[in-house]
Design a protein around this ligand. Structure first.
Ligand SMILES: Cc1cc2nc3c(=O)[nH]c(=O)nc-3n(C[C@H](O)[C@H](O)[C@H](O)COP(=O)(O)OP(=O)(O)OC[C@H]3O[C@@H](n4cnc5c(N)ncnc54)[C@H](O)[C@@H]3O)c2cc1C
Length: 496
């Protein structure tokens, strides 16, 4: 690789995995899982020991969505989550959430040992550190919560990665290579009879005679139950998703280091600073930062520059750099379970607030139990149709404002000052066109309106993609949709 910085995730370098065929004809099944990230594969694996006929489809290749951009920590010490849950819901919910995350870490460890999964799994210590006075207050609240509930922790002045004003340290967490884990689990599920189809995109669904008919680009799938494990759902109803969450984008980099100790760390509020080591043939430090709400900081080139600048403090060279985005719910809890209370055909698992390694794993267990009609201790906690709390209304208002702001900005500013000469915006016959001129002088012309909810797209100079600042859809320079919720491309086949 030399000194060339790779503009994609460290995990994606792992190519030694099986590819699955695309669907070729209409089929029927008991359970259809849409999406092959950590959520979909965990659901498929958990259900694979039942007598249900399970089908999983992915629009792309499994494991190449948001899961491929994670930092791959398996921890219950998340960025200030207990303080938020205590404030919003109280002790019982905060404690149940803790138990769910602990169980997820233990589940991965159990599977790694039981099925000999070679995924660089390593038991680790997690730190939650404070960089400001306010963050110190958060630490005090989390510390008190741990003490009341006899959860082992140590309070220290420092953490292994950066300067801080104190840190909570907990044992029994872990780090792993998320894609090696996911591909191994997928293959186990496949061998137990789960049918997996790649390059098969769901584009709609409807109830039909006590079944759900899912329309894909390659034929219909008739299922008794459907699990939407596709990260940001591609439908507006049911669920009215844009009102319940916003998207946050972060930037991650990895650089080789001589010594990689133990420990992973994060601070409790924005801007986030997150660290872990990864030990494979080489040793890496992974650093994540420069996070922002999707509609803010649209100069992506500048965001990458900022991260690289910060990373210099911690690693000699940045070898890999990438961006990733996750769904932040306005009551801080994931959405896992029946999409609607009285409908046992449709299930969803998403909204992990950047903790999808643990929540995706636990989603597999919750969805399995709900589908098979068994009790699950976390089902009530994550129920997507749960009631509304005061904090949620406050955050909902902020999210709605943010969404409106992103939409308005995207409409008003049709030429961004940070675009270089390679990007032009033109109007033709009332249509707004975006033109990217590549290194060979070739024009790539697309529509700049996102098909999902009509926001104007922004060109991401670093990755050469058109990105939606409202709901996170992304399109390559020729207009092909590479990340949902949009179901359509923005390709334009015409000369200007
Ligand atoms: C910077 C960053 C760092 C993170 N670090 C951590 C961490 O250290 N620990 C942790 O616990 N969590 C972490 N997370 C969160 C975690 O990465 C995500 O929550 C998790 O990967 C989401 O998994 P998923 O399976 O829901 O989504 P995805 O991995 O995106 O899977 C969804 C799949 O659905 C497919 N799909 C979408 N639409 C369709 C369709 N219409 N038809 C068919 N298929 C479709 C996609 O192709 C994709 O493969 C991090 C997040 C970010 C942004």
């Amino acid at each position: 690789m030399g000194d060339i910085m790779q503009k994609e995730s460290l995990w994606k370098q792992y190519q030694n995995h099986k590819r699955y065929p695309a669907l070729t004809k209409g089929i029927t099944c008991d359970v259809l899982i849409i999406g092959g990230g950590i959520t979909g594969i965990s659901c498929a694996f958990e259900l694979s020991n039942s007598n249900q006929k399970i089908v999983l489809i992915d629009q792309n290749q499994i494991g190449q969505g948001i899961t491929s951009g994670t930092t791959g920590k398996l921890t219950y010490l998340q960025n200030g989550i207990y303080q938020k849950l205590l404030h919003t819901f109280g002790e019982e919910i905060a404690l149940t959430y803790y138990q769910s995350q602990k169980e997820a870490v233990e589940t991965v460890e159990k599977y790694v040992n039981q099925y000999h999964i070679d995924c660089n799994f390593q038991k680790d210590i997690s730190y939650l550190f404070a960089t400001t006075r306010k963050e110190e207050d958060t630490l005090q609240i989390e510390k008190a919560f741990f003490k009341r509930n006899q959860i082992p922790y140590i309070y220290e002045k420092t953490n292994p990665f950066c300067r801080s004003r104190g840190a909570i340290k907990v044992p029994d967490t872990a780090v792993f290579h998320p894609l090696k884990y996911l591909y191994h689990l997928a293959e186990l599920a496949y061998k137990r009879g789960v049918q997996i189809y790649e390059k098969t995109k769901a584009v709609g669904f409807k109830d039909y005679e006590n079944n759900v008919i899912v329309d894909t680009e390659r034929g219909y799938i008739r299922a008794k139950k459907v699990v939407f494990a596709c990260h940001y759902p591609f439908f507006l109803l049911p669920g009215l998703f844009p009102l319940r969450a916003h998207i946050e984008r972060s930037y991650v980099c990895a650089g080789k280091v001589k010594d990689a100790g133990n420990g992973n760390a994060i601070n409790p509020s924005n801007p986030t600073y997150s660290f872990r080591y990864h030990k494979d043939r080489n040793k890496f430090l992974i650093y994540c930062g420069a996070s922002h709400k999707l509609g803010d900081h649209l100069d992506y080139q500048e965001n990458y520059r900022l991260l690289t600048e910060q990373a210099k403090e911690f690693m000699p060279n940045v070898d890999y750099i990438w961006q990733n985005q996750d769904i932040m719910t306005n009551d801080y809890l994931p959405l896992i379970g029946r999409l609607q209370k009285n409908n046992d055909h449709l299930y969803i698992a998403t909204g992990y607030n950047t903790w999808g390694m643990t929540n995706g794993v636990i989603a597999g267990k919750v969805i399995r139990d709900l589908i098979l009609g068994e009790e699950n201790p976390y089902a009530f906690l994550f129920a997507p149709y749960r009631g509304i709390h005061f904090d949620q209304i406050k955050n909902f208002t902020l999210d709605a404002y943010q969404s409106g702001k992103s939409y308005a900005i995207s409409k008003l500013k049709n030429y961004y000052s940070f675009y270089l000469d390679e990007v032009k915006i033109r109007k033709k016959k009332g249509k707004k066109l975006g033109i990217y001129i590549d290194e060979d002088g070739k024009y790539h012309i697309v529509s700049t309106i996102c098909p999902h909810m009509k926001c104007s797209l922004t060109f991401n100079m670093f990755q050469k993609t058109w990105d939606c600042p409202c709901h996170g859809s992304r399109f390559d320079m020729d207009g092909k949709c590479i990340e949902g919720p949009s179901l359509k491309d923005i390709t334009i086949i015409e000369k200007i």
